[in-house]
Design a protein around this ligand. Sequence first.
Ligand code: NZQ
Ligand code: ZN
Length: 384
Amino acid sequence: MNNFTFHNPTRILFGRGRIADLAREIPAAARVLITYGGGSIVKTGTLAEVKAALSGFTLFEFPGIEPNPTYETLMRAVELARREHIDFLLAVGGGSVIDGTKFIAAAIPFAGEPWDILVKRAKITSAVAFGSVLTLPATGSEMNNGAVITKRATNDKLAFSNSRLYPRFSVLDPSKTFTLPPRQVANGVVDAFVHITEQYLTYPADAKVQDRIAEGLLLTLIEEGPRALSEPGNYAVRANLMWTATMALNGLIGAGVPNDWATHMLGHELTALHGLDHAQTLAVVLPAMLQVRRSEKRGKLLQYADRVWGLRDGDEETRIDQAIARTREFFGSLQVPTRLSGYGIGKDAIPALLAQLERHGMTALGEHQSFNLAGSRQVYELAA
Ligand code: NZQ
Ligand code: ZN
């Protein structure tokens, strides 16, 4: 196991009815900006519930944060927040709203051009406090300090993180996920699954706790993901999915072990250029990535085959083949296509994707920092 520092300050309020406890989490004198997406929380009544819980607070609203949140939209929230002297942000929505709110929180006090936080890795020295009410289990953004922001003008989808950007608290009420469309439920399962594989399917590091937790989370997704689609009103299923997605990317299973993240980087370019949902890109890239890097990942792939898919017969190469095939079938069973062709994207799209990776400096990826553009080309070609 490698050395690590683990600290996660986000307070989790889990369970039915927990929105009612919001008032205890936000300073009474705060000027609060509620940030949200395209209106699902208006339709579902969640916004009304949040406002009722915060009656007596000074509230402002910023709607319209889109999936794959853009710098262009978020800067309008930054202007509003500066003008109204906002000192607490409350994100109500999925990963896009929470990520967007992290950017807003960092940009409000930022002295220069906030896009430099992403493109020049400009230092963040302060951030406005924020919390979240999660409505879509997927990204883990509710309990981590990372965010992914897109600049529409230049097709850049870039990630950043900072220790000041953990939510102060996150409300996780599984009953808020009953209204999700099947596509978003499936997306959430795939995204959480790939967050786990990015931290688990690398090389053995003798990290038994991290491995066993990762395997438990993967098995939960395999068991409960399909049930969330076939039994959409099952609270227990929703609760297990929600906590799994949070645990998948809150730093716990990634501490002390090698991390990969190449699948995410190749996926971000597919969203930037072709508009695929984040999880759709992962469903396309991961099976091909595992195939191309099967010798580098051999030890962990065999462990994954055994402990997650129960594959114990046949020779090692066959078991690895089967584990990759099972992974692809699992995504397919959730109705998430696992080929570029499933989204109408041909091989002719690959050169532009590679150019984007190069422009973004994504040329030495993975747990060995050795996965280069030639490897990325192979992965995109195999995913065609
Ligand atoms: O915008 P509204 O109207 O709210 O509708 C949303 C949106 O259209 C809808 N939705 C959310 N909750 C709902 C609901 N509809 C009905 N009922 C509900 N309860 O779902 C749609 C998708 O929402 P979005 O927030 O975009 O999805 P997700 O949570 O999958 O977030 C994806 C974003 O997170 C980033 C991705 O790159 C992408 O931009 N990621 C963030 C990470 C992080 N911060 O750690 C890690 C991930 O790898 C990921 O990259
Ligand atoms: Zn992801």
